[in-house]
Design a binder for this molecule. Structure first.
Ligand SMILES: *[C@@H]1O[C@H](CO)[C@@H](O)[C@H](O)[C@H]1NC(C)=O
Ligand SMILES: *[C@@H]1O[C@H](CO)[C@@H](O)[C@H](O)[C@H]1NC(C)=O
Ligand SMILES: *[C@@H]1O[C@H](CO)[C@@H](O)[C@H](O)[C@H]1NC(C)=O
Ligand SMILES: *[C@@H]1O[C@H](CO)[C@@H](O)[C@H](O)[C@H]1NC(C)=O
Ligand SMILES: *[C@@H]1O[C@H](CO)[C@@H](O)[C@H](O)[C@H]1NC(C)=O
Ligand SMILES: *[C@@H]1O[C@H](CO)[C@@H](O)[C@H](O)[C@H]1NC(C)=O
Length: 457
């Protein structure tokens, strides 16, 4: 089916479905949908901070990462201390955004893309308590395709695990007992725009119409809500299964941020297009079941170059509180014990080839701890490999593993405990760059293989 045919089909089914209660059956197994994943610091970003100097860029990357890990700490480990004090200072804790339109006629909104959230939500009129967003708030009353779900709707169930939409079809996203956003589950026609300027229109996407928001990080920006990508019901990956290709699969390949102005958007693909190039070899590891519906993986060991790091039995690579794949953080955070073991190996390696350990450059605000003097090229820089369950190895090349800052280069890994008082590992966006990840939520696995993401189309 061509795009035009598909839109025609979608439109037809949509009008047909005004009178039917059931979701439409999958149109065919052939649809591929992609949308731009806009990095926070790129000119298209709804929180574009302007043209930054390299130092300012590093500071911003660290601030986004820091805010993200505090948010995760607060949601996953209920340690709210840091969230309420520090995060509020620089609350823009998302690294990627997407521009989508909803309604008929279309109303454009920017959503933060979050692999740690489920329900898609956006601020909605009439507001009880909306934060000030700098583009008009979505107004369901000017859309002919908007439908508020009513109690009794099959989407609104009681006591389902992972289910946040209540029987009366209201929802409340809560963080540490404090409500963040409250609203009504609804359905609407969504329009996604890809990198080629093509539009994909899909009817009846379930989303949250939020009209009572507190402590939201987007005040004063164009960002109106969140696009959830985790494994919970109503996340976009899960919803698109019924709509585009009978698979809950999505994929991305993050551009290297070394040329921020050029390589600013990556693609988020769903359905048929969320695959590796034909014949490409890829690695597969399982997604661990966890209460957060996040992408927690089983990290078994780490190698520096070709050398496996020996972890003492009391200090396994995986740590004790899990390893999360989350592009909401830019740098990587690691549990303190494995961090210390791994960093000792970097020290040994660089000492052996004559690099001095130096104090972290001021731009890093002391957050990176392991920096060495830079000799002018990356020739002898060593790579690092994460080994996950299933013999799945994710190699991080030097370009993603280090940041060169003036006369020094630093390993882009931070001990999480030094930041948040909570120990867990988050593999951030930098270490994911130039690898294609495919999340297959039917098989509950993450697959990956190296790829030049600047060539992703
Ligand atoms: C909302 O933001 C706009 C600019 O983005 C500003 O002019 C206006 O005063 C703000 N309103 C409130 C209530 O903060
Ligand atoms: C839902 O869960 C609550 C407590 O978790 C319980 O009291 C209630 O009976 C449950 N309702 C149903 C319909 O299972
Ligand atoms: C809005 O949410 C707050 C909790 O965050 C709640 O106290 C308040 O009653 C809500 N307002 C309305 C009108 O529902
Ligand atoms: C969808 O996938 C399931 C297995 O995951 C298969 O049984 C079913 O036939 C598929 N439906 C269509 C319409 O392809
Ligand atoms: C693990 O993968 C490596 C290459 O990636 C391969 O050489 C090795 O044989 C594999 N081991 C097992 C047990 O499959
Ligand atoms: C995480 O792991 C550490 C040990 O590394 C443990 O002391 C701590 O209680 C765990 N939980 C949290 C929330 O940090």
């Amino acid at each position: 089916m061509t795009l035009i045919q598909f839109i025609a089909f979608a439109t037809l089914t949509f009008f047909h479905c005004l009178t039917c209660a059931q979701l439409i059956p999958p149109p065919s197994t052939g649809i591929s949908l992609s949308l731009n994943l806009i990095s926070a610091l790129s000119p298209q970003s709804p929180i574009y901070p302007g043209n930054l100097s390299p130092s300012e860029r590093i500071q911003k990357m660290l601030q986004i990462s820091e805010a993200r890990i505090m948010y995760l700490t607060s949601t996953m480990f209920h340690n709210d201390e840091m969230f309420s004090t520090n995060t509020l200072q620089h609350r823009r804790f998302y690294a990627y955004f997407a521009k989508i339109s909803l309604g008929s006629p279309k109303q454009s909104q920017f959503l933060a893309v979050d692999t740690g959230s489920g329900l898609i939500w956006t601020q909605c009129q009439p507001c009880v308590n909306c934060y000030n967003q700098s583009i008009p708030i979505f107004d369901p009353q000017s859309s002919t395709s908007y439908k508020k779900l009513l109690a009794g709707d099959p989407h609104c169930k009681e006591n389902q695990t992972k289910q946040i939409v209540k029987p009366d079809c209201s929802y409340e996203l809560v963080n540490n007992g404090e409500s963040l956003t409250i609203g009504f589950a609804s359905t609407e026609t969504f329009t996604f725009l890809n990198n080629k300027g093509q539009e994909f229109t899909l009817p009846n996407i379930v989303f949250g119409c939020s009209n009572n928001n507190t402590r939201m990080p987007f005040v004063g920006t164009k960002v109106s809500g969140v696009l959830g990508l985790n494994t919970a019901p109503f996340s976009l990956g899960i919803q698109l299964k019924e709509k585009i290709s009978n698979t809950s699969r999505f994929s991305y390949c993050l551009h290297s941020s070394s040329q921020p102005e050029k390589d600013s958007t990556s693609l988020l693909k769903f359905g048929k297009g969320a695959v590796f190039p034909n014949g490409k070899k890829y690695q597969t590891t399982s997604i661990l079941k966890n209460n957060f519906n996040d992408y927690q993986l089983s990290l078994e060991s780490i190698s520096i170059g070709e050398q496996p790091v020996t972890f003492p039995p009391k200090t396994p690579a995986v740590g004790r509180n899990g390893t999360f794949l989350d592009f909401g953080s830019i740098v990587t955070f690691m549990e303190t014990d494995p961090y210390n073991v791994v960093m000792e190996k970097f020290d040994e390696y660089y000492r052996s080839i004559g690099h001095r350990r130096v104090s972290p450059p001021p731009e890093t605000e002391g957050k990176f701890d392991h920096c060495y003097n830079y000799g002018g090229n990356m020739e002898n820089f060593v790579s690092m490999t994460y080994h996950f369950n299933g013999n799945a190895s994710l190699k991080v090349d030097p370009l993603q593993l280090y940041l060169v800052i003036g006369d020094a280069f630093c390993v882009t890994i931070i001990s999480s405990k030094s930041f948040t008082g909570t120990d867990f590992t988050v593999i951030g966006a930098l270490h994911q760059q130039n690898t294609r990840f495919v999340f297959d939520l039917d098989k509950n696995v993450v697959q990956f293989a190296p790829e030049d993401c600047s060539k992703d189309k």
